[in-house]
Ligand binder design. Structure first.
Ligand code: AMP
Length: 945
């Protein structure tokens, strides 16, 4: 609309006009002046009137005539210069509008963004007068300014250019013209043009900015002098980050934000911890001096998280800095998940109560794919958080790589953000007031539009990658420049001193006071709340300090179970289900009354239903989870008449207990990281991520290694996340057969995670219930089946659901007599049913088959209790579908051996034998005939030897 009307305006003003369009616009104006764009409104308001009549009294003919007159350039309102040049002027007027547009689109390419002034910038022809057919001779001519927010409709070309240069080509480079939403674009335009990107701040604000810079610089200087050469990944060169963070949080506070969650890598982290979150300097010094207390393996100081509360104009705000591994950018989706959990806890679907801030490095932002995944998530139903403020600490070098042609293919490191049309503000970090301005703008934009925005804080890195690293070997010119570069703080202090805002003495006092505070180990955040309001964050105490236990009562009253099932299977009036889905619902009705055995889909659904009824919220995301990859779940039903959705489990939700299920976009890394963030923030919700196929989790390996399996031990952060990974050798080739069980088992130690392979519907029911009901919060990796979802033997009874509990080991179920058993075959997962079938077919009554349903923590006692009754055994075999170098064999055999050796049976060979595929580079055979051959041999080896 805006663009169209501009076109019309141009067309009208110099080519004769479009009278019909103007009339329509005028009618809209008469209906409601706010319906028409600002420039039309002011145009209509300025129309000559014969009397003091109201606008409605101006006849259309007057409009028409006036406009035609205007089009012929006979309008008496036209500035003097205009009448002299007639149509030449009109053409130039259009060119001036083009020039204005060029500045909006490309002004950032000419902006003075680099404090070191080394950034290579190509000339931008569109910003030169000649490109537009204008010359210096036109500089005094007065032109209409279009919608340039200068406060005046007409200005000389020189004034227009001056405005544009200040707005778009000084220390702020604004990129927003890629945004297609007109309201957003106009909002941003208005905000930056009206103050030429440089609002005049009061002396008070200026002093505050300086005080924050003194703090920022002061900490690094202090640490450098006290612990020279010790790694701290200092912020020197990027000190403006601290006033930026302060203002972002304070400004968010004015929007009644309750919590801010921050993610950042190591650069500047200690500074943010001390100067933004209010960590005690004394504690930090203890860490530097190796005096920190530890009750786990811990992490280095520049990966530590922190929590505190600060006071803002809108009240107390809780701050959480997420713990962070060294793997760059992966913390971003973790932060988003944590924010979403907090928003859900506050019943805030819009995202106004909790704000994420993601601080990035320039090289990582440009290089890491998870950045794109996180942007892609930002507006989806499952993962949106009402907009993230991204801050790039752009020191123009990634470790030792700084040449643009090596570091990226995009013009800026921020270009990926354009994919979601995020506005991007590049800002010279040596202009702290400009930084302050874009910070305010970013916060306002986030709360206005609930979308992501990027601040590209262009700075430099005064030292090497870390304090022990010499940078001039690889960046000689850059570091030659840096050696003589005055610090941001010094430059700004000099400016304020020269403007008479502070005196030299006041500056010296600020610096000394800060150093004194550090000397005394005192907190240096003035807004820090010493006695935080604890109701602002989750109380984790009920979940702390629980020893590992496998068993937990997960039974549920049968009648209750049936009544829940009846509720779920009640369809809304007029809801037409698809034929196969209808059959599933009818079968579920039969299962509820015991007329059909329970299958996997029913048991899993009832686990969720029973948890909801008992007050546990459930959140499930992943690829195609609504239906389930193999069509077993159907938790989201689709009306065949109108496409509307019905989620039966949501009917059990209440104000406080929610059931959320979302198909994810096709990501594993960002999505799993998000769910980790969610689960580590919300202990009362059963959080489940399901992979479409188990091996898809490969794409999220960093999340599994750096967070899920090690987070509790590194950072003391508990996590009850559940991963459902379809796994099973069905002859479908190397992909999708294996969930790479070995990877998880290799990572197991110190009871860090649980790895389960349930084989019956009752087992999945109790496993999921155990995960939520038990106060222990440990990640659960569950290998789930594919063909077993419909296997005639993989069934359970209603009673097994209502009465049982999760069994870590399942004993032989057939009527094999214990005294006849000479061979025990142990296994996990689907292969059990293949073994069972063949054992029955071959009537091998001397063979007992024992299922190990939980591979970690390995249930040695439960296994021993079962094995010890087979007193005549001579051989114990471990059978697995996976090749020998994969699956459970290498990681779990020592547990099996320990149990077998403890049996003390006279005829027993204590070596546990392996029955399975040979070691293989590929997870599974691609040829069906080979698969079958391997399968038959494996079964023979297991049952007979
Ligand atoms: P936060 O809201 O993330 O700042 O957390 C507030 C407090 O809750 C922290 O200081 C911890 O004491 C505790 N806490 C948060 N998350 C966890 C977790 N995943 N495991 C254990 N304690 C936690």
């Amino acid at each position: 609309m805006q663009e169209a009307s501009m076109e019309q305006l141009r067309g009208s003003s110099h080519l004769g006009g479009n009278v019909a369009y103007v009339e329509a616009m005028y009618e809209a104006y008469l209906r409601d002046p706010n319906e028409v764009p600002e420039q039309w409104r002011s145009y209509f308001e300025r129309l000559p009137r014969s009397t003091e009549a109201a606008p409605h009294d101006i006849p259309h003919s007057t409009i028409r005539e006036t406009f035609i007159l205007h089009a012929k350039n006979k309008d008496t309102n036209r500035p003097k210069a205009a009448s002299a040049v007639s149509s030449d002027f009109d053409i130039k007027q259009v060119k001036v509008l083009d020039l204005i547009n060029a500045y909006r689109v490309r002004g950032h390419q000419k902006a003075d963004l680099d404090p070191l002034n080394l950034m290579q910038r190509d000339d931008v022809p569109d910003l030169q007068l000649g490109y537009h057919g204008l010359t210096n001779a036109d500089l005094d001519t007065v032109f209409q300014t279009g919608n340039l927010a200068t406060g005046s409709d007409n200005s000389s070309l020189a004034e227009i250019i001056d405005t544009l240069e200040k707005t778009y080509c000084s220390s702020v480079g604004a990129e927003y013209m890629h945004i297609v939403d007109t309201a957003e674009k106009e909002w941003l335009q208005q905000r930056i043009e009206s103050v030429k990107s440089h609002p005049k701040y009061s002396a008070e604000v200026a002093k505050h900015i300086l005080e924050r810079l003194v703090a920022s610089e002061g900490l690094e200087k202090y640490l450098q002098s006290k612990y020279p050469g010790t790694k701290r990944f200092g912020l020197e060169g990027g000190e403006s980050l601290i006033p930026l963070m302060d203002e972002l949080i304070q400004r968010a506070g004015t929007y009644q934000v309750q919590e801010v969650v921050i993610g950042m890598a190591h650069r500047g982290r200690l500074n943010v911890l001390i100067n933004t979150l209010g960590k005690s300097p004394a504690d930090l010094f203890d860490e530097f001096e190796g005096r920190a207390k530890f009750d786990s393996s811990g992490d280095v100081k520049y990966h530590q998280g922190f929590s505190s509360n600060v006071m803002t104009p809108g009240g107390e705000v809780h701050l959480a800095l997420a713990f962070n591994p060294s793997h760059l950018e992966i913390v971003s989706p973790v932060v988003e998940g944590s924010v979403r959990a907090r928003q859900d806890r506050r019943k805030d679907p819009i995202g106004t109560t909790v704000m994420p801030i993601s601080i990035h490095g320039d090289a990582a932002f440009a290089g890491q794919g998870v950045v794109m995944e996180t942007f892609q998530a930002s507006q989806t139903r499952a993962y949106k958080t009402g907009g993230t403020v991204h801050v790039i600490v752009n020191n123009q070098v990634g470790f030792t790589t700084s040449l643009q042609e090596d570091a990226r293919s995009t013009e800026y490191c921020t270009d990926v953000a354009k994919m979601v049309q995020a506005p991007i503000f590049h800002v010279n970090a040596d202009d702290p007031e400009a930084v302050f301005f874009v910070t305010q703008l970013a916060a306002d934009y986030r709360f206005e539009f609930k979308k992501d925005i990027v601040i590209d804080l262009i700075c430099y890195r005064r030292r090497g990658h870390n304090e022990a690293d010499e940078p001039s070997g690889t960046q000689p010119l850059m570091y030659e420049k840096i050696r003589t570069q005055k610090s941001t703080c010094e430059l700004y202090a000099n400016k304020l001193i020269s403007e008479g805002i502070i005196t030299k003495e006041e500056y010296a006092t600020l610096t000394n006071d800060y150093r004194d505070a550090l000397d005394n180990g005192r907190h240096v955040v003035k807004s820090l709340v010493r006695e935080p309001n604890e109701s602002m964050f989750v109380d984790w105490r009920p979940f702390l300090g629980h020893e590992w236990t496998a068993s937990h009562d997960t039974s549920i009253d049968l009648k209750k179970l049936q009544s829940l099932s009846n509720e779920l299977n009640e369809m809304p009036e007029g809801f037409v289900t698809q034929r196969q889905v209808q059959k599933i619902i009818e079968d579920r009705r039969k299962m509820t009354v015991g007329a059909l055995p329970i299958n996997w889909g029913y048991a899993e659904t009832m686990a969720y239903a029973s948890l909801l009824a008992e007050g546990h919220s459930v959140r499930i995301t992943g690829q195609d989870v609504g239906r389930g990859t193999f069509s077993h779940r159907h938790a989201v039903l689709h009306n065949q008449k109108d496409g509307s959705r019905h989620i039966p489990l949501s009917t059990l939700a209440t104000d406080d207990v929610t059931f959320d299920i979302y198909d994810s976009f096709l990501s594993e890394e960002a999505v799993l990281a998000f769910e980790y963030g969610y689960a580590t923030t919300q202990p009362n919700t059963l959080v489940i991520w399901e992979a479409q196929f188990g091996d898809f989790a490969n794409g999220a390996q960093v999340v599994i290694d750096q967070f899920i399996t090690s987070g509790e031990h590194k950072w003391g952060r508990l996590c009850g996340l559940t991963m459902l990974l379809p796994h099973g050798y069905e002859g479908q080739g190397p992909e999708h057969s294996s969930a790479r069980l070995e990877r998880y088992l290799q990572l197991c130690a110190e009871h860090n995670i649980q790895v389960c392979v349930p084989t019956t519907p009752a087992q999945v029911f109790h496993m999921l219930r155990r995960q939520a009901i038990r106060p222990l919060r440990k990640p659960l990796v569950a290998l789930t089946p594919k063909s077993l979802l419909r296997h005639k033997e993989a069934i359970s009874t209603l009673e097994e659901l209502s009465e049982g509990s999760f069994q870590t080991v399942i004993d032989e179920v057939d009527t094999v007599k214990a005294k006849d058993v000479t061979r025990v075959v142990m296994c996990s997962g689907k292969v059990y049913f293949d073994l069972l079938e063949q054992r029955r077919a071959r009537e091998l009554n001397n063979v007992a088959i024992v299922r190990i349903e939980q591979l970690y923590p390995f249930p040695e006692d439960d296994l021993k209790n079962i094995l010890k009754k087979y007193k005549s055994i001579e051989k114990v075999v471990w059978c697995q579908e996976e090749p020998m170098n994969q699956g459970a064999w290498y990681s779990s055999q020592h547990h099996m051996r320990r149990v077998v050796r403890s049996l003390n049976f006279a005829h027993l060979d204590y070596e546990v034998e392996y029955a399975g595929r040979e070691a293989s580079a590929s997870p599974a055979a691609g040829y069906m005939a080979l698969h079958v051959e391997q399968q038959n041999k494996m079964i023979d080896d297991a049952l007979i030897g």
